[in-house]
Design a protein around this ligand. Structure first.
Ligand SMILES: [Zn+2]
Length: 127
């Protein structure tokens, strides 16, 4: 019998399926050649913030903008930047800056009790 999957594994699989069924960037934004998303994390304690991430989207890549929370224990977390990407493409300077908090649960034992609350600051630039 297969091992029972954790809530976190199930969630990641769900996201992978969503990404798989998404359209390509060029279908969403035919005029965009490149999209760069820079994410900087800030932990509540600010002692061990995860490393910053850069995500590069070329026209062939799937237009899927829900990024995993870098905390391995976090359940149902992540950062949905879909609307922000749309805003960046629509903006005159093709850039959006913002901040978003992870709404996942800190770990499997604390589902329903304790939010992750990792903060991500992002810069989205379309070219
Ligand atoms: Zn999280």
């Amino acid at each position: 019998m297969a091992k029972q999957k954790s809530a976190q594994e199930q969630y990641k699989e769900k996201l992978a399926l969503q990404e798989h069924s998404s359209s390509q960037l060029k279908e969403w934004f035919p005029e965009i050649n490149k999209l760069t998303i820079l994410i900087t994390f800030k932990d509540l304690t600010d002692l061990e913030s995860p490393e910053q991430e850069t995500h590069l989207f070329l026209p062939e890549r799937k237009a899927f903008f829900l990024f995993h929370c870098p905390y391995r224990e976090c359940v149902n977390g992540g950062f949905d930047l879909t609307q922000d990407v749309k805003n960046a493409v629509a903006a005159i300077n093709k850039t959006t800056l913002g901040k978003i908090e992870c709404l996942g649960w800190q770990d499997e034992q604390r589902i329903g009790a304790h939010r992750c609350k990792l903060t991500a600051s992002y810069k989205i630039a379309a070219e």
